[in-house]
Design a protein around this ligand. Sequence first.
Ligand code: SF4
Length: 56
Amino acid sequence: MHDPKNQCIHCSVESCRHLKQEQGVCGLDSIQVAPTPMAYSGDPADESMCQSYDCK
Ligand code: SF4
């Protein structure tokens, strides 16, 4: 179990409605991170993505 008081998710995805842009953090208590369909390419950008993303 994580301690919500200590949770901080730094993010810079400006198109997501959950981003608190001035603070540069996610407004959600927690997020789900999952592998992308491009996983196993070895490129970090291909390996994981935020599944809690919600377009503005
Ligand atoms: S839901 Fe994901 S993409 Fe959106 S602000 Fe939070 S961490 Fe960033």
